[in-house]
Design a protein around this ligand. Sequence first.
Ligand code: NAI
Length: 287
Amino acid sequence: MPGVTDRVVVVTGAGGGLGREYAMLLAREGALVVVNDLGGARDGSGAGSTMADSVVAEIREAGGTAVANYDSVATEEGAAALIKTAIDEFGAVHGVVNNAGILRDGAFHKMSTDNWESVQRVHLWGGYHVTRAAWPHFREQRHGRVVVATSTSGLYGNFGQANYGAAKLGLVGLVNTLAVEGAKYNILANAVAPLAATRMTEDIAPPEFLEKLPPAQVAPVIGYLVSDECTDTATVLVVGGGSVKRVAQFESAGVYFSEPPTIDGVAEKWSEITDLTGATLGKNPLG
Ligand code: NAI
């Protein structure tokens, strides 16, 4: 059976919300799942084993295979211990879903360095640490699947989420390079910006909007991205409420200046520079 059967997948932050749904679906489809969760509050304070344990219990009751891990993805040691759990319990790691996250919202003029840093630590550094710890295994077995949770707040911006948006778009930057470096080892790296009703969004959007966004609508796309069937890499998707869409960066035809223009020269051509008519998918001219 292809798909995710017998694939060992680590889902971070899987003790609730979207991560729980991802872990349950993967286990239902035959994956061996490491359910990681630090078990703290939405702002990252506190810790505990109850959240991860209860999801593992649910998976086992449904006949699936899972093991709990309570390490923080925000540290190198925590991520190393997490990947070690996969190796010790199941003998391999085939995929990581970097889903763990916290929120410390606040307008930028009130942003504290602590709120900036703790959000970067969990989302961006967490994605780095966990993927970095799994990477040698992926290369060695010539198979790996990386999924990161990005956000429309990073892709498009959102009031009060400068720290979060920066971390979330940082993860897209990470995925773009992992896709390049992983290509010859059959390592794929993709990003999903979910839209779902969880504790993270419960007071951000109105209830009538949230009730149309069950986390179960997002999980199958994560399942596909970690499956053997998937061949796509460096793809960014926005997924929620039944819709699955691709987001990409485009470059305008732009303007060519044979000599450095004056500022006025740039101003004169500005509408032509920024006109996206006939824009093409962007790619790195240095890559
Ligand atoms: P959630 O708060 O239910 O899930 C996040 C989980 O991560 C929690 O269970 C939490 O305990 C865990 N966690 C936090 N810090 C951790 C750490 N250091 N180590 C291990 N686990 C840790 O929220 P939700 O909505 O399920 O979020 C999942 C991911 O999706 C997050 O990365 C979030 O930023 C992202 N996302 C969610 C959106 C939504 O509409 N719900 C929108 C855009 C992005």
